[in-house]
Ligand binder design. Sequence first.
Ligand code: G1P
Length: 294
Amino acid sequence: MTSKIRKVVFPVAGLGSRFLPATKSIPKEMLPIVDRPLIDYAVEEARQAGVEHFIFITGRGKGAIEDYFDHAFELETTLSERSKREALAALSTTQLRHGAASFVRQQKPLGLGHAIWCARDIIGDEPFAVILPDELVRHERGCLAQMADAWNEKGGNIVAVAEVPDDQTFQYGIVAPGADDGRVAEVKGLVEKPAAGTAPSNLAMTGRYILSPEVFEKLKDGNLGAGGEIQLTDAMAKTIGDVPFHAVRFKGERFDCGDKAGYLAANLAYGLAREDIGPRLIELMPQIRGDLKR
Ligand code: G1P
């Protein structure tokens, strides 16, 4: 078994129905935060954690993601003929090492657990990471890198968690914690989208996982869970006791970009932090708030 997380899975097959009609003809993962699509931030976070191979679990209509990480011959040639150096440099994050990306189609929308299971042949018998690109975490040391630090110490499975209010636990996979030092908690149980009032804690999983390959054995059964889908949470729960399992509270601000307000908040936050855009955006605030005289 390797002592490094070399591979990451991005489940990107979802329909993006919450962002229709925008997502009728573009994948939701291609929606921009300022000037880079969500998926680019996820790849950057994985790279920062030392990941070398990027596995995209796609579906119909997701071709734009594959094109995004490809060499764009005509565009690059035109930019270079016109000496557009800055524009060319902006493409740098889209360059992956040759052969470092795999695209697998999830043929049916059977759930997050099924999407991850579709990566089993490419991952083989080694630990791997999962990032849900909808969940954006802003911190100079990326969330996955912070989790890798904990994994180097603890091994096994690591999930990122954040405290959520009582009335939101039903939207998440929730951890039942054991020994807890305030940053890292042992995971004693997991429940996907618990009914109101039944959550074992307020620690919600926030779309980042480091998983031991044992999880594939549990996913193989294809049992249906919450929402009639094959749930990653259920398969992970079955590995408790077989592999060490910890939840990590990460540093950084979290934006739920699967939600319209969260997505817009991320755009404002990232825009305000940019030297080239922030000051102008502040000038525009009164107009954004609608408190200018018309
Ligand atoms: C998925 C997971 C859930 C997790 C959530 C984080 O749910 O199944 O455990 O808490 O992502 O965003 P989804 O939001 O896809 O329904």
